[in-house]
Design a protein around this ligand. Structure first.
Ligand SMILES: [Fe+2]
Length: 287
């Protein structure tokens, strides 16, 4: 059982984490509130006009695959639906939080976000047949599943993660050995502190161990797990811990997938990540 005091202490120790930009805070608030309105979305975009422009450019990019170009956020909502626009705003604003090097994991600037956005897109594809609400939840969970790495990175500052003892075991196990918790647990605790829905908290906590998710969240957790595995296979944003996570086949079973379905996901998610990278370049050039 987790020791809450220990977790609190770890989060305190990771307290030097750079503050989340206001726009990202607002984007998370959108997700907290299932009744967010168009006005709330406009509110978020008003905080950062450059981002509003970028969001529109991204809406019109192959990442979303719209047939017709859209020129306003309102119009984009009509085409994509409010849930998807919220996801897009979260991805854009979380980029401001995640677009930094994560040296403890051997990740260069931008890689954490690129990985996150790929897992998100993959989790959405994996759940598309269950409807827009489920698919967007999967997207949010995918985006945030490794958020604990940001906090863990601060803790790893005094540890030589390129040392030989970090080579052949999963980072999750090593994190747990060193700190008593892994990045999934730490990330879930961060999500709870942000008052995100419990579903997201649990999916983040179980993204490397989908068999441990409750029945209610098993599908979402399975989707994030397979999408994460797809990104690892593609070698995108995996850093030093990349290939060291065991794949849990219960995720494939939960989705009622064959191996061909997984291969198909790997193929489809690659181009989406390439497009997401373009977005990151655009965002940087607007700063
Ligand atoms: Fe992870």
């Amino acid at each position: 059982m987790l020791n809450q005091k220990k977790i609190d202490e770890l989060i305190r120790r990771a307290g030097e984490l750079p503050p989340m930009p206001q726009v990202a805070e607002k984007a998370l608030a959108l997700i907290r509130n299932p009744d967010s309105s168009m006005a709330d979305i406009a509110d978020v975009l008003a905080l950062d006009q450059a981002m509003a422009g970028l969001v529109l450019r991204w809406v019109n990019s192959p990442y979303y695959g719209l047939v017709q170009a859209v020129s306003s956020v309102r119009q984009a909502v009509v085409y994509l639906g409010q849930n998807t626009i919220q996801s897009l705003i979260l991805a854009a604003s979380i980029a401001a939080y995640m677009d930094r090097p994560v040296p403890g994991y051997g990740l260069d600037r931008g890689e954490l976000w690129k990985h996150a956005v790929g897992v998100a897109a993959g989790a959405r594809l994996a759940t598309a047949q269950y409807g827009a609400v489920v698919a967007e939840e999967a997207y949010h969970a995918g985006l945030l599943c490794d958020i604990g790495k940001l906090a863990m990175d601060t803790l790893l500052a005094g540890v030589n993660t390129s040392g030989v003892e970090w080579q052949d075991r999963s980072f999750s196990e090593l994190e747990a050995d060193y700190f008593g918790v892994d990045h999934a647990t730490l990330g879930a605790q961060m999500a709870r502190r942000w008052h995100l829905p419990e579903t997201l908290v649990e999916v983040i906590a179980c993204h490397h161990r989908p068999a441990e998710a409750s029945e209610q969240n098993a599908l979402l957790t399975a989707a994030v797990h397979v999408a994460d595995a797809a990104m690892m296979m593609l070698g995108i944003g995996i850093g030093r811990d990349g290939l060291q996570y065991p794949f849990d086949s219960t995720a494939i079973e939960r989705l009622a997938w064959t191996e061909a379905d997984f291969r198909d996901l790997v193929e489809r998610v690659g181009p989406l990540v390439a497009e997401a990278e373009t977005f990151l370049q655009l965002r940087r050039s607007h700063r």
